[in-house]
Design a protein around this ligand. Structure first.
Ligand code: PDD
Length: 303
């Protein structure tokens, strides 16, 4: 079965799914994206992803390409046409097609929309989780608004490639003061010797992950101790456990940082438990969120 993509109003086999070379996403990486988990054919935490999308669009003054409720239909249709039961749906919105010029094009230029979906092998991911992954640290050379989920990912691309070249699955960015910001495509967490979960507070230095927020809600509900604060690479290496969170990985234990074993060198019990519990806290309701709840929803940076 050929995969199907939605491109500016059309559902097309992937080989025909193309964008204009003057699309500002292609020319200037002037666009935003979301990746939403699909389980049992349903979108997980859709409302949170849509609120973050609204914020990203707002921060860049890109208008919605269509009503949020229409976009919800497109996301479901792409999932359905690709017969994705377990996987992810990818959504990208750019400022549209216009002759290359840095300043914004006229208001008449419509934003472009691309949606794709793919299946994931849950058993393979669970096997990776049972072994844990290695992480390598790298200087955070990215721009100062990584809280916006833009398609400008070259810093992330270079970090991920560095990880691959040393046999690691993820790279953790480190700021100028020696503190971990986040992963190349995930948020970074540690568990201290006294069992406190720590992840960096959500400000301009990290992307506020939906998975991160779900885990924070879970910790609160379970009465587990956590702190949103910075931690250094050496604190991470001396910690009991480490893990990453993202729509792609959910909760993935980290067993080595820069070649040094974390804790016992095996996935931590708390990390594995949070991975198991993720879907008990995630919103699987497929709730029909209303456009007004997106427009008037809380600013994600406020929480
Ligand atoms: N990445 N930080 C960065 C830099 C990310 O790229 C991501 C997700 C996250 C975690 O966000 P969430 O929990 O909402 O997935 C944090 C996606 C999955 C990607 O680029 O493929």
């Amino acid at each position: 079965m050929s995969r199907v993509a939605y491109v500016n109003g059309c559902y097309l086999p992937l080989r025909y799914a193309v964008v204009n070379i003057e699309d500002r996403g292609y020319q200037l990486s002037d666009g935003v994206y979301e990746v939403c988990v699909v389980r049992g054919g349903r979108l997980i935490d859709e409302a949170r992803h849509m609120r973050r999308l609204a914020r990203s669009l707002g921060e860049l003054s890109i208008r919605w390409p269509m009503e949020p409720s229409a976009l919800a239909v497109v996301l479901r249709e792409v999932v359905r046409r690709n017969r994705v039961r377990d996987g992810a749906v990818y959504l990208q919105i750019t400022r549209g097609v216009a002759p290359r010029n840095h300043q914004f094009p006229p208001e008449t230029v419509k934003p472009s929309v691309v949606v794709t979906a793919r299946s994931v092998d849950i058993a393979a991911a669970d096997k990776t989780a049972s072994e844990g992954i290695a992480v390598v640290t790298t200087p955070d050379i990215r721009w100062k608004r990584v809280d916006i989920k833009t398609v400008s990912l070259i810093g992330n691309v270079l970090a991920k490639q560095k990880a691959k070249e040393v046999g690691a699955a993820e790279a953790w960015f480190v700021d100028d003061e020696g503190y971990v910001t986040e992963g190349a495509s995930s948020n970074a967490w540690i568990v201290t010797a006294d069992g406190v979960l720590v992840t960096r507070g959500a400000n301009n230095a990290i992307l506020r992950g939906v998975t991160r927020d779900v885990i924070l809600d879970l910790l609160q509900k379970k009465g587990l101790r956590f702190e949103e604060r910075r931690f250094t690479v050496s604190e991470a290496i001396e910690s009991n456990e480490a893990f990453i969170t993202s729509a792609g990985n959910l909760v993935m234990p980290v067993v080595r940082i820069d070649g040094k074993a974390i804790g016992s060198g095996r996935p931590g019990a708390l990390s594995l438990e949070l991975r198991r519990l993720f879907f008990t806290q995630a919103d699987q309701s497929s709730l029909w969120w209303s456009p007004s709840s997106i427009a008037d929803g809380p600013n994600l940076s406020d929480k």
